[in-house]
Design a protein around this ligand. Structure first.
Ligand SMILES: NC(=O)c1ccc[n+]([C@@H]2O[C@H](COP(=O)([O-])OP(=O)(O)OC[C@H]3O[C@@H](n4cnc5c(N)ncnc54)[C@H](OP(=O)(O)O)[C@@H]3O)[C@@H](O)[C@H]2O)c1
Length: 301
């Protein structure tokens, strides 16, 4: 049984989360294929799905919703995370002159209603503000998020790509606790280990979600000299331990005491199964530093 991470007294998520940013990039865009991926997740105790209103220009929530509506017992076996506040430009929005963020009450509530409709569900387990908005009125945004939780449409709220000061500002205007921050962390993006982001959340006691935990696939790019060194280190360790490289790269995140929850993004069911093995692999401290040294390109000082 895969470990779970508690977000509040009523809600927990699986230790590994499945992200749907790339759902519409799969060659097979049928709802049957989505159900296949979801069932693969569930068979491996991965129960939490990460979405956003903008993934696939809205098509990802829609395709996911189609899968949920065709397989009636799926929704209640899953926790759904979605995000809001990025306003994309495009043919659907001819009036938008620039890409922007919007954390106003009207915009957040409108997006939540639209996400609920697209995903054909009547509640979202966890709503995240996708990016810090320089024009955020923390009182208005905080009140709106609290109201959404009180209404039952959203079971918990959190943030993504927030710095500690963004987090503190928003939290200061809220009754409910922000549950988690979803940021970029991987062997190819190690800033959070030293820039205070992980330390801040570790002290607060809230788990941190890691997006692109395999560097969005760049870890496997043999042409990049930095990745090449990392790749050799990770592939040697993987071979010694008899596991896939992705298992090593993910377990490297999971070992951290801040309770990092990786959000994987593969469209390949076989790779989902492999990734789930990372939760049980416990790297030792020396292996962790061997990978860290390869990741930063030098031994630690
Ligand atoms: N909050 C934010 O701002 C934010 C930003 C970005 C992403 N996210 C979330 O994070 C999730 C994961 O992001 P991600 O998709 O970049 O994660 P990722 O797991 O780091 O990368 C997935 C990519 O790597 C490839 N890949 C995986 N294993 C591989 C292997 N063994 N060999 C070669 N290629 C491999 C996958 O290709 P295949 O499909 O062919 O396996 C896919 O293209 C997203 O779905 C989204 O939910 C959030």
């Amino acid at each position: 049984m895969m470990d779970r991470v508690s977000l509040n007294e009523n809600l927990s998520i699986s230790r590994l989360v499945y992200g749907m940013w790339r759902l519409c990039d799969d060659n097979d865009k049928s709802y049957q294929r989505v159900i296949q991926k979801l069932e693969t997740c569930l068979e491996n105790d991965l129960t939490t799905i990460d979405q956003a209103d903008i993934y696939g220009d809205g098509g990802s929530e829609e395709l996911f919703g189609e899968a949920l509506s065709k397989s009636h017992n799926l929704r209640k076996r899953l926790e759904i995370i979605t995000k809001c506040n990025i306003k994309l430009q495009g043919a659907d929005f001819p009036d938008r002159k620039v890409k922007s963020y919007d954390t106003s009450a009207k915009y957040i509530i409108g997006t939540v209603e639209s996400s609920l409709l697209k995903m054909k569900t009547d509640y979202i387990d966890l709503l995240l503000l996708h990016r810090p908005d320089p024009l955020m009125d923390h009182n208005e945004t905080g009140f709106t998020l609290d109201k959404l939780v009180d209404s039952g449409k959203v079971r918990a709220v959190g943030a993504s790509n927030f710095k500690p000061w963004d987090w503190n500002l928003l939290q200061s205007a809220m009754k409910h606790r922000l549950a988690t921050n979803q940021i970029e962390i991987s062997v190819v993006c190690t800033d959070a280990f030293t820039n205070g982001d992980l330390a801040f959340h570790q002290k607060q006691g809230n788990p941190v979600m890691a997006w692109s935990p395999l560097g969005g696939g760049s870890l496997f790019n043999q042409n990049d000299p930095k990745s090449k060194r990392l790749l050799i280190t990770i592939s040697d360790i993987a071979e010694t331990l008899g596991v896939d490289m992705s298992v090593v790269a993910l377990s490297w995140l999971v070992l951290h005491p801040a309770r990092i929850v990786p959000v994987i993004g593969t469209n390949n069911p076989e790779r989902i199964i492999e990734a789930c093995k990372s939760i049980d692999l416990k790297l030792n401290r020396e292996l962790w530093f061997e990978i860290y040294s390869a990741a930063i390109g030098k031994e630690v000082p």
